[in-house]
Design a protein. Sequence first.
Length: 300
Amino acid sequence: LSGNHFLATRGLSPQQVTLPKTAGHVLAPVKTSLGKLPVLLYSTGLHSDRAMGTALAQDMASRGYLVVTVDHTHDANEVQFPGNRVEYNRMPAGTHSSDTLKIRAADIKFVINALGKISNGSNPDYGHATLPAGLSKNVDMSKIGMFGWSLGGAAVDTAMQLDKRIAAGANLDGQFFGSAPSKDLDRPFMLFSSQNHNRNNDASWRTLWSHLKGYKVDIKLKGAAHLSFSDQEWMVPQEAGLLHLSQSQLQQMYGTIDPNRAVQVQTTYLAAFFDQTLRKKHSTLLDGPSTTFPEISFVR
């Protein structure tokens, strides 16, 4: 869906490119033999939809997390509701990002409340849609984490301020807005940035860092640009020729890192962070530089 929308807005058809294959399918059953699954929530960039984080979401799901990707109505490009109702982006021009983040945080709290109902055996779906087999009773409400990209990364902090049930958060290259980063946060937090963005040149990151009172880590990915943290990273080589992008334009938007490697490094470090903070499995990757992943540096 996100790939098709991205192409349509640029005058291209899905037949002109090969969209990446995903491992997911509708109503995929929960592997109940794993017992209760820790939860990870995902919020995406401004005016994009939740499918933009598919590469990261499906990898975390493969590691035994229950991943819930969230669309934010009238912010996302499109959100489909029961009865084939579709709502599009209706955000007024000049909307303050701090207000948008408050709404996103409320959305996340709503989703967590719905997960709580599912964990108790009920079905909160408005249209009483069938839930995946094994989902009921296998949601671990005591282990909830959240990650997001761009504005969705900023939403992680706002949501954690609103809802104490979110035990750990990770921001993928998103600038913070409003008063949220000026408030103390005592739960684990990861800042994960592109090559030229970190708390040394982003005052909002610097502010948040000083207010993080729990475990915190700040890493950056060499060769990555802002868009390297979205699924469009996979589409870059094909898009370049079709959209007549020069090599320098391409590198400005997507960086110089190989798309497959970018996703591999991101999933590895996201998993290390949430395994350590939610599952209490210490990862030496978070202790400092690794020869296996030389693209990662720690901002001290």
